[in-house]
Design a binder for this molecule. Structure first.
Ligand SMILES: Cc1ncc(C[n+]2csc(CCOP(=O)(O)OP(=O)(O)O)c2C)c(N)n1
Ligand SMILES: [Mg+2]
Length: 558
């Protein structure tokens, strides 16, 4: 914090209080789109020492998605500022995404002036009831000398386990007012609760007796900094591992215990499944594993970092709420020396690993596919050869991104950005902006459906203006593929699922100041991706893909 900011008793406006508190919480970038209601925050950001970077986007949802990507990748809170009324309402899908993902994002909204409230000034609406259901904290700050405490409360709520978004708005007259700047409260990160001994003991009992244990590692393992403990625990217990969300890469691609590619078999044969840091939602069969053909279903242990995250719809052998590192370390220490069936576990995991390896090997033909129009798998065959271990990979689309989930296995944790269980299309450019800023020297690759692109492509302009090169690879099948296939299956026909074939989205990027090209032949995909990486600008490789190459889906999300 600068000397100026640290000094107490200095007189200043509301915006200065906002930036002082945000900076104290580790914020160095403000994502926003201009509006007079929030001008004081801009004035404070540029005059702060060191200045907070203002990244101005073309749609407020991109500002919040960029803040969320910052939070997901850096594990520091992301910060967005939106003007009153439509500025705030435009953020609702992105805030909800952060809510589903447990991402620490703070949104500060402008608000019509308090002194005119009720008389119909521009954009006068009460945002709080709209944001409250999808935030951990939503409040209006009513007095200028309460801004420091109010913003601090929002950041504290967002960053305390279980993390999530927080919202405050400040009436324009309050934000523009001046007062003696209150001292910035000390920032102390709240810890998750101490795990309950009985629940830990129940989990330990289940794991000690397990023949076929599976450990599922989800986003909060990364967000909560438990990735080392998770890998340690997995390796010492020798269990099968499946990862999802930001947990992908905690046990990296190629690791002999990572059996994501044989997950159906692993879950079907498991007798104990320990799910850490992710909900028991549709991605995990709602927490029901095994039990086929009259077999006993697997015992399920749910380990979470907040009591409200514990599944209530599934029968749990144990539900442990606590700091994930603490819990994983305890499980490891208390189970590893007492595994009754370790030899059988080792044999089973080796067998699963064989199946996972076979599934990967069976991909080879598809990844090298020479079919014309291009099969989406070929794109991943080419991309995989070119991805660095620390590349940040973002997926925004339907089938095209499902293929990525199968074919691209992260080699490091914290580098894979999918929209999470809210499944909101439109994260793409916002996530790309946040990712490029979070990792200036890593490859940043956005995998884009042509349908998904419509939600945020204009924010290529943001990448261009802020000199943020990103490689965008589009699977352009000319359809809303993930919807077209299912509608056909259910009705024998489809409507509202077609887009214009071969639209030149690459020319949109070029027009906005980036680069791009359209690719129609499989042999051209690799060289085009090389040109994109070499270009040093936002560059869209517009690959025309086969609309008939639907992702072979086994779960519907319903
Ligand atoms: C905001 C939002 N609107 C609609 C949907 C429903 N939806 C899910 S996937 C999908 C199709 C995506 O099409 P595209 O990005 O072209 O990818 P493709 O499936 O064709 O590979 C749609 C419309 C959604 N998930 N989010
Ligand atoms: Mg499509």
């Amino acid at each position: 914090m600068s000397d100026e900011a640290a000094r107490e008793g200095t007189e200043g406006h509301g915006g200065q209080q906002v930036t002082r508190v945000a900076a104290a919480h580790g914020v160095d970038t403000v994502f926003t789109l201009s509006g007079a209601h929030v001008f004081p925050v801009y004035d404070a950001a540029v005059k702060f020492e060191p200045a907070l970077r203002l990244v101005d986007v073309r749609h407020e949802q991109s500002a919040v998605f960029a803040a969320e990507a910052t939070a997901k990748l850096t594990r520091r809170p992301g910060f967005a500022v939106a003007t009153a009324g439509p500025g705030v309402t435009n953020t609702v899908s992105a805030m909800t995404t952060a809510h589903f993902n447990g991402s620490p994002v703070v949104l500060l909204g402008g608000r019509a002036p308090a002194w005119r409230w009720g008389t119909g000034s521009l954009q006068e609406m009460d945002h709080v009831p709209l944001l409250a259901p999808v935030t951990k904290h939503a409040a209006t700050i009513g007095a200028v000398d309460a801004i420091t405490a109010g913003v601090h409360e929002a950041f504290t709520a967002a960053t305390s386990p279980h993390r999530g978004p927080a919202f405050v708005d400040v009436p324009m007259d309050v934000l523009f007012s001046r007062c003696d700047l209150p001292a910035v409260p000390e920032v102390a990160r709240a810890a998750a609760p101490e795990p309950d001994d009985d629940q830990v003991a129940a989990a330990v009992r289940a794991l000690r007796e397990a023949h076929h244990p599976v450990l599922v590692l989800g986003s909060d393992v990364w967000t909560g900094g438990a990735e080392d403990a998770a890998r340690r625990c997995a390796e010492q217990l020798g269990c099968a591992v499946v990862t999802n969300g930001m947990g992908r890469g905690v046990v990296p691609g190629g690791h002999p215990q990572l059996v994501t590619r044989a997950r159906g078999r692993a879950f079907g044969e498991a007798d104990v499944v320990v799910v850490v840091g992710t909900p028991l939602d549709f991605r995990l069969g709602y927490g029901q594993f095994g039990g086929k053909d009259g077999a006993t279903p697997a015992a399920v242990v749910h380990v979470v970092d907040g009591a409200d995250q514990l599944a209530t719809h599934a029968t749990l052998a144990a539900g442990v709420v606590g700091d994930l590192t603490t819990v994983l370390d305890r499980l490891c220490a208390e189970v590893a020396p007492h595994q009754s069936h370790r030899d059988e576990t080792d044999r089973w995991v080796a067998d699963l690993a064989g199946h996972a390896r076979a599934a990967v090997a069976a991909d080879a033909d598809q990844l090298a596919s020479t079919s014309d129009p291009v099969h989406p798998a070929r794109i991943y065959g080419e991309l995989n050869k070119r991805l660095d271990p620390d590349a940040v990979v973002i997926g925004d689309g339907g089938d095209f991104v499902s293929f990525a989930g199968r074919f691209v296995e992260p080699r490091r944790p914290g580098r894979w950005l999918d929209p999470g269980p809210f499944g909101c299309l439109g994260t793409g450019l916002g996530y790309a902006v946040g990712a490029r800023l979070a990792h200036p020297d890593a490859q940043v690759v956005l995998l884009f459906g042509d349908g998904a692109a419509g939600f945020s492509l204009t924010d290529v302009d943001t990448l261009v203006r802020h000199d943020l090169p990103v490689v965008i690879v589009m699977g352009n099948n000319g359809v809303w593929g993930l919807e077209k296939g299912p509608m056909n299956m259910l009705y024998g026909y489809d409507v509202v699922a077609d887009l214009t074939p071969q639209t030149r989205y690459d020319q949109v990027v070029t027009a906005l100041g980036g680069g791009g090209e359209m690719v129609t032949s499989p042999d051209e995909v690799g060289p085009a991706i090389d040109r994109a990486f070499a270009s040093g600008v936002p560059y869209l490789v517009n690959v025309v893909t086969d609309p008939a190459a639907a992702y072979p889906r086994s779960t519907t999300g319903i």
